[in-house]
Structure formats: structure tokens, C-alpha cells
Ligand binder design. Structure first.
Ligand SMILES: Cc1cc2nc3c(=O)[nH]c(=O)nc-3n(C[C@H](O)[C@H](O)[C@H](O)COP(=O)(O)OP(=O)(O)OC[C@H]3O[C@@H](n4cnc5c(N)ncnc54)[C@H](O)[C@@H]3O)c2cc1C
Length: 264
């Protein structure tokens, strides 16, 4: 289906982008377009103005600080994360990006677009929660930082408000991470996924079982299945999996991700 008529802006700075987004409640940021353009074609979204972030070099790049903290610009693509020497400081990032969809999506899709769409089947929201990422949001009043576990508010809804932009994501040092998913086909959409990180305790964030990633903690991988059970998940049923099947998958995938994280 053809797109509805839409205005297009290509700002030259974050300030200009914020000004356009702030002046029109129906303006939307355009990152890789791998979700937004598809929902526009399906008429599930009909913005008046697309504010293309692709000219903003300030939103790109991966920086590795001396203490191992990674700072990743919101417009960094999955392929850039996979190929970055700096991002190898937290190897799970490139490993998970390499499993998202196909090479075209990986070349265009951005870390910022992935988390800002907060599709519950996406790979990166649970990963950001598990690794304890912090999101920087810019708006007319300046910048604020939001921990990943408070960033995801609902299906397609995040802490990025109207007239704001996610500018970068900070990820602390660490290597003991894991990820497990059951997908529709080799590079397909997740039916259920789990990201884990071990740093003293085991943190596991589950995807596809609720509107936002569900965080559970345990003392060891052996305790993860029980911790998942104790959250009394009520995942959705759909054509791919019943609620009961997703509940069982969540326990199994959480344990697999935690075991992988602990073994590193
Ligand atoms: C065939 C196909 C299969 C896919 N399979 C998967 C999959 O298995 N797993 C997965 O995780 N993803 C999957 N995706 C989605 C893909 O990863 C998208 O790239 C991602 O969801 C959105 O990133 P984007 O950069 O394309 O953002 P866009 O589509 O450009 O934007 C998405 C949303 O985020 C907003 N936004 C973008 N950047 C910012 C910002 N910096 N600040 C504020 N708001 C912003 C936009 O306004 C829009 O509402 C798939 C996509 C396709 C086409």
C-alpha cells in the first residue's frame, strides 16, 4: 500500500529536530524506518511530519570509556554494533544484533529505533533491562537519564515523550551475559525471549510475555525458573503460541540465558 501524504524534514542539529517535533504533536522521528514506514504503509500510524534523524552525526557512534562503560548513539545501526571493536567490550550486544531479522534490517535498523518502538517481540528491550542500560532523553528542558527498567511503559510506549528524542544509551562494563529465544524461523520474530546478566545476582529480563520486559532476579541460574514462576506471568495467546506455552517457554529460556551468562 502507498504511504499517505506526509511532510519530510531533515534537521541539521538535535536542537532543530526537537524544535520541529515540539511544534507539531503529530510529528514523528524517523530512524531506520524498519518499523515506522511499515506501520505507516499499513495505516496503523499516520504522522503529519517525518523528522529524519539520519543527518545527525551527534546521534551516532560508540564510545568506550576507561571504566568499560559503553555510550552508544541512538542512531547506531545493528550492523555498526556488530562490527564495532568498542562494542566487543560487551559482546552480547553484537551477538544479539546479529540475530535480528535479515541483513537489510540490520543495516538500517537502529538501537534507538528498536527500544523507542518497544514492540514487545523486539530483541533489544529485554537486553537493555538485563544489562542495566541507562537511556538519555533530550527535550526542550534539556537532558534527563532514565534507567532501562523505567524506560519501557507499555506496548509502543516509552519514557520518550512528545517533543523529545532518545539521544544515547549507556551500558556499564560486564561480560557475563546471555540471551535465549524461540523464534518463528531462523531469523524471525520472537515468540518468547530472555536476556540475562550475572553480576553477583542473576538478572533476567523476559520479552514477549507482557507489554514491557519483565525483570526477575535470582541468586543463581538454578533459582531462575522458580523466580519466573513466582511472577505469575499471564502472557498473551496468539496464533503462534498459547499463553500456557509462552509461560513454560519463559521459564526455560530464562534458565538457558542465565546459564549462558554464568558460564562466561
Ligand atoms: C522484516 C522485519 C523483521 C524484523 N524482525 C525483528 C526482530 O526479530 N527483532 C527485533 O528486535 N526487531 C525486528 N524488526 C524491527 C527492526 O529491528 C526495527 O529496525 C526496529 O524495531 C526499529 O528501528 P528503526 O531504527 O528502524 O526505527 P524506526 O522504524 O525509524 O522508528 C521506530 C519508532 O521509534 C521512534 N524513534 C526512532 N528513533 C528515535 C529516537 N532516537 N528518539 C525518539 N524516538 C525514536 C520512531 O518515531 C518510531 O515511532 C524487524 C523489522 C522488519 C522490517
Amino acid at each position: 500500500m502507498l504511504l499517505r501524504e506526509v511532510e519530510y524534514a531533515r534537521p541539521g542539529s538535535i536542537e532543530d529536530a526537537l524544535a520541529i517535533l515540539g511544534s507539531n504533536p503529530n510529528a514523528r522521528a524517523l530512524a531506520g524506518g524498519q518499523t515506522l514506514i511499515n506501520v505507516m504503509k499499513a495505516r496503523a500510524a499516520a504522522p503529519d511530519v517525518l523528522v529524519d534523524l539520519n543527518g545527525l552525526d551527534e546521534l551516532r557512534g560508540i564510545d568506550l570509556a576507561g571504566d568499560g562503560t559503553l555510550t552508544i548513539g541512538a542512531m547506531t545501526t545493528y550492523s555498526e554494533l556488530m562490527g564495532s571493536a568498542e562494542a566487543k567490550a560487551r559482546p552480547i550486544l553484537g551477538e544479539v544484533c546479529a540475530t535480528i531479522a535479515d541483513v537489510q534490517v540490520r543495516n538500517r535498523g537502529t538501537i534507538g529505533g528498536n527500544v523507542c518502538s518497544n514492540d514487545p517481540t523486539n530483541h533489544l528491550p529485554p537486553l537493555m533491562v538485563a544489562v542495566g542500560a541507562r537511556m538519555t532523553i533530550a527535550g526542550p528542558e534539556g537532558e534527563r537519564e532514565v534507567p532501562a527498567e523505567s524506560f519501557f511503559l507499555g506496548v509502543y510506549l516509552t519514557a520518550v515523550g512528545q517533543g523529545e528524542l532518545l539521544t544515547r544509551i549507556s551500558i556499564p562494563a560486564g561480560k557475563k551475559d546471555g540471551f535465549a529465544a524461540v523464534t518463528l524461523g531462523a531469523e524471525g520474530t520472537c515468540i518468547c525471549n530472555a536476556a540475562a546478566s550475572v553480576n553477583g545476582t542473576v538478572r533476567v529480563a523476559l520479552g514477549c510475555v507482557d507489554a514491557v520486559p519483565v525483570l526477575v532476579t535470582a541468586d543463581s541460574p538454578d533459582g531462575v525458573a522458580g523466580a519466573v514462576r513466582a511472577t505469575n506471568l499471564m502472557p498473551p495467546s496468539d496464533v503462534h503460541a498459547s499463553s500456557e506455552y509462552r509461560t513454560r517457554l519463559a521459564e526455560i529460556l530464562a534458565t538457558r540465558a542465565a546459564q549462558e551468562a554464568a558460564s562466561r
